[in-house]
Design a protein around this ligand. Sequence first.
Ligand code: HEC
Ligand code: HEC
Length: 353
Amino acid sequence: MRNRTGAARIHALAGVMVLVAAAGVARGETGLVFEAGHPSLQHWLLPERPPYPEDNEPTPERVALGKMLFFDPRLSSDGNMSCASCHNPMFGWSDGLPTARGHKSMVLGRASPTVINTAYNTIQMWDGRKKDLEDQAIGPMEASVEMNTDFDRLFRFLNNNQGYSEAFARAYPGEGINKRTLAKAIASYERTIISNDSPFDRWIRGDASAMTEQQVRGFRIFVDPDKGNCAICHSAPNFTDNGFHNLGLASDGGESADPGRYAIKPVKILKGAFKTPTLRDVALTAPYFHDGSARTLMEVVEHYVKGGVVRERVSPNIRPLNLTAREKQDLVAFMEALTTRHEPVTLPELPLR
Ligand code: HEC
Ligand code: HEC
């Protein structure tokens, strides 16, 4: 992974935070100063470019090919389902459904997560069964309940299609058309699906008018360990610790409950634990949670305020919260400030032959 500038900046910031602490500057309870542009908050800004593997620099040719593949339903067996069917830019790169609909409209067990900013995550899927975007990309095609792809047929189609065979040759000269180059191209496109210019980001960079007073109050509650304590899991800079936690959702009860991370790592505390999702652009991706059980951001907040429903294996960081009605609204307003105003996504022209 190449991300030297990001790593260097985090180290530099740690230094700044130590210095500020030593100087005894007046600060909030968490050691942060809640002023637009304050140095103690800069670790909330994402590195400008997400990391990528050594052998897959996202060149324009690779991104363009990946975009065609991402939107092309001909990758699926029935010719009617693309990645964008479930990761649709009009629904914040999710699908607006409680849980996904797959092959032949089958209702699947988990919600489609957004693909926004997945490029910054160090582990993929609700249960972390994939390590990176290249590793992930072939999965939905292989899954009989999702795209159910017949790869022999698909590679015949891509090789015989002049547009695609030329695009592969430009993107991956000499590497051929195979599962590896298919995955690399899709991952390269996903690395361009980014939210990093929300009112929150602009406020962190120093534009005091970018967030309302209510949103700034919400941010304080979000990080305050005695209030929301949200940032313990939804941590900087991508609002995720890339970790797994059981939130005590109602669906965790009973024998048939989704085991979550436990199916991959059979450690007791991971039963019913799911990956912390990013909250960037979260206002665009309702409904929420891996089971789609919360319809709105306020319902999510109410879940945390209760401290969960099924408390058997709940994370020690999930406990009833003492928040007033106004504080709950502040939290929701803060999450709404995480939405980037994106340029409209143009659909790629798919090569007919
Ligand atoms: C039928 C709907 C559906 C289709 C089609 C689909 N996905 Fe997904 N995607 C999902 C669901 C559901 C999950 C979460 C599954 C899980 O974690 O068990 C997911 C997870 C992901 C993730 C992980 C995100 C994260 O935060 O962990 C990525 C990345 C992704 N999909 C990309 C793709 C790509 C690329 C394609 C096309 C090759 C694709 N998806 C096709 C429904 C779909
Ligand atoms: C113990 C870690 C932890 C804490 C504390 C926590 N979260 Fe979460 N959050 C998660 C995990 C894990 C999920 C996904 C859980 C699932 O679907 O099973 C999640 C899901 C969410 C979602 C739904 C996102 C989506 O795309 O479906 C929102 C919104 C959210 N959290 C906001 C908050 C807020 C606001 C707070 C503080 C009041 C908070 N979280 C505290 C770990 C945490």
